[in-house]
Design a binder for this molecule. Structure first.
Ligand SMILES: Nc1ncnc2c1ncn2[C@@H]1O[C@H](COP(=O)(O)OP(=O)(O)OP(=O)(O)O)[C@@H](O)[C@H]1O
Ligand SMILES: [Mg+2]
Length: 292
């Protein structure tokens, strides 16, 4: 019976092999159905325990344990090369795609260990979307870019797809700028528009969480302001974890901040508190531009 309910959801994380699913796992799977039915509120989206990430013999992330709060913006800051992107990628298993990357420890997403062999990476990435530093629209039309995830899900209902594309572009604050040219190539859009298109593409499959790796670093201040406004609006519906080098941006938009240095999560807490750390502390020195 429970298996049937899970099967009906669009957002099942598990590879549905009935023989492998015990009752507890079914309950977990039910809690991670789409945001539209956000009847189940939890304090933390991710609980990370003793996370280590290696590339060959080099250890990029060192024994990180942290719980990431739900429905706020969490910013990850720290000097270049300190492991921010590696940490972010581990949360939707993008590191799996890097040869020689190895990970130990546990990452629980809504209580489910995402590295459990029964987890489907494809379904996980649908629930935990990612937006990269450089906008990466596919060489298709604007419409086809946003519809891409639905196509992958084998959704064929054209009216439903059109509705979802419009809804996602509106959620990404892009609809008014592109509604008359949906069939035009996405690559004709400006950088800022392309980045909002990538966000719309991620939103179209109703993710639970968005991971953003320096999404504004190639954008001008106006386009950056638009993305920041968009993230503030989205955080009511989607969990947001953002890596940024822009400390003012972290201060403006986030409720929580994690500070990495040399692979270690040195500090994590409410943004206001982190930004008030004294210049004696490592994060204080980084924020004041004394190192990094
Ligand atoms: N694919 C890889 N192969 C080998 N080493 C890697 C790989 N990716 C990252 N590293 C190394 O791991 C460390 C952490 O890299 P990571 O990209 O996570 O840092 P970062 O904090 O995101 O840096 P930046 O702010 O410059 O983007 C770096 O020393 C980097 O050289
Ligand atoms: Mg990085």
């Amino acid at each position: 019976m429970i298996v049937k309910i899970v099967n009906k959801g669009h957002y099942t994380l598990w590879r549905l092999r009935r023989s492998h699913m015990n009752a507890l796992r079914c309950v977990h799977a039910l809690t991670i159905l789409g945001n539209k039915n956000r009847y189940y509120m939890e304090k933390h989206i991710f609980e990370i325990k003793n996370l280590n990430i290696y590339y060959h013999d080099f250890q990029a992330v060192k024994n990180v344990s942290v719980a990431i709060p739900s429905y706020v913006i969490t910013a990850i800051i720290g000097p270049s090369g300190c492991g921010k992107s590696s940490f972010l990628r581990s949360m939707n298993r993008m590191n799996d795609l890097i040869p020689n990357a190895k990970l130990t420890g546990e990452i629980l997403f809504h209580g489910v260990n995402i590295y459990d062999p029964l987890i489907s990476e494809v379904n996980l990435r649908r629930r935990v979307g990612m937006v990269f530093q450089k906008p990466n629209p596919f060489p298709f039309s604007i419409f086809a870019n946003v519809a891409y995830g639905l196509k992958i899900q084998n959704i064929k209902d054209k009216a439903m797809i059109a509705e979802r594309v419009e809804e996602s572009l509106k959620r990404a604050f892009l609809w008014d700028e592109v509604k008359d040219r949906l069939k035009k190539p996405a690559l004709e859009l400006s950088g800022g528009q392309q980045q909002r298109l990538c966000i719309a593409r991620a939103l179209a499959v109703y993710p639970d969480t968005l991971l953003l790796d320096e999404p504004c670093s190639s954008l001008d201040p106006l386009a950056t302001a638009k993305i920041e406004e968009l993230l503030q609006k989205l955080k009511k519906e989607v969990n947001i974890i953002i890596v940024t080098h822009n400390l003012q941006q972290a201060k403006r938009i986030s409720e929580y901040v994690g500070f990495f240095n040399s692979g270690e999560l040195v500090d994590f807490g409410p943004t206001k508190e982190i930004f008030e750390r004294s210049a004696q502390s490592m994060v204080g020195r980084y924020i004041q531009g004394i190192f990094g």
